[in-house]
Every structure is written in C-alpha cells, then in structure tokens.
Design a protein around this ligand. Sequence first.
Ligand code: 5GP
Length: 238
Amino acid sequence: MTTPTKTEMIAEGKAKKIYATTDPTKLIFHFKDDATAFNAQKKGTIESKGMLNQRISARLFTMLKAKGIDNHYVATLSDREMLVERLEIIPVETILRNLITGSCGKRLARPEGEEIPHPIIEFSYKSDALGDPLINDDHAIAFGWATAAELAEIRKQTYAVNNFLKAFMAERGILLVDFKLEFGRTPEGRVLLADEICPDTCRFWDAATKKKLDKDRFRQDLGEVSEAYVEIDRRTAM
Ligand code: 5GP
C-alpha cells in the first residue's frame, strides 16, 4: 500500500491540524505546540509538545490495540504527523475520573485528590462555543448525538482503556488521575476510539510526590511544563 499524503486541511483545532489525504478513508493529524486552556481564554506554546504528544499517543494507541482495544491509529508518518482512520466523530466527550480534581472537584466542592470507590464517567457536549458543557445520556440520545447502544459501547471501551492505562502507568510510578476520550463511527457504524491520549488529555501525577506531570502545569502556571511532557514520554517508553 502506498502511504497516503496530505491534501487539503479540513479542520484546525486548538492542538492539531487535520488534513484529508489521497486515501478517502484516512486523515493526517499534525500535532502543534500551541496550548490553550479555560476554553481558549489562556493561550501559549509548550516547546516540543506536538512531537511529544504524537509520540505518546502513538505508543499508547499501539499498546491498546495489542490489548484488543481497537482505535483509529494507523501509523506515525513523521515527528508530528499521525495517519488515522477517517471517522464520523461523535460529539460527546467522555471523561473518566479515578481521583477527584479539576472541574468535578470545583463543581461539587470536593477535596483535591479525593479517592472514590469506583471510577466516575462523565459526558460533555463537544462544543467550543458552549465550553463543552456537562450532559447526561438522555441529552446525548434526545439530541441525536449518540444512541443508547453507542453510549453503552463508549462506557465499555472507556473502562477497558482505564483498566489497561491505570495499571500501565502505575508500573511506571504514575497515577492516572483522569482522562478525556473521543470516539467516532466507522463507515460500518462501529464505535472506534479516536483523537489522542497524552498529557493534554489526561491527568498524570507522580505516585510518590503527587507532582503534576500534565497540562495542568500550563493551566495553573506551575512551570516546568515541557519537562512534564518529556517525563511522560520517557516513562511510557520504559
Ligand atoms: P476537567 O473536566 O476536570 O477539566 O477535565 C477532566 C479530564 O479531561 C482532564 O484530564 C482534562 O485534561 C481532560 N479534558 C477535559 N476537557 C478537555 C478539553 O476540552 N481538551 C483537553 N485537551 N482535555 C480535556
């Protein structure tokens, strides 16, 4: 098979440019160093982030596939470019929380790092204009964003990602605090894990020191931002 090449840019997000390719079933993601937070009110760049996020995502997607958790990753084309399956993106973001922090802690006035007996799954509507508002299954079904069967499949795959990734990171001295996933539909209507899995979309804390090793260093002006991405790249390569 000849490797597809980029044609026109079809979307530019906060952290990625997305290109159509010479193969109508594939897209190319270009990972940028740009970072935004708080619904793009805070903007900056994180040195080498695009390269590190491509590498970390590719590594995790490859391992997930080997564990039977299929996803859109096809191949890495360059430092910053990933070939992926073209999907119809389901406009529902799925968040899984193992420990409480971030918007959940704030919304419900829970203490930072609170332990919970079972992970919490939340859904939000993928809309920059609305700031990705929290929704439940009924909203997603009523507004036609996903079917009940798709939501059940999304929950199942999200727990499977958590089971693998939590243990994988724990072996490397890292707590998987929470993460955000996105899913799409294949042309056959199968729900497939998409987007990226990296320190932009996950919270990772050093298990011993609780040092944050993710985008919260940028969101909260904690310094050593790109160093945290380098550290996650290094530990996930072990
Ligand atoms: P929270 O809802 O606490 O802000 O975020 C929960 C988890 O989902 C965190 O790991 C966070 O990085 C991720 N997350 C939630 N929304 C977004 C988003 O719009 N973009 C990115 N990159 N990550 C998100």
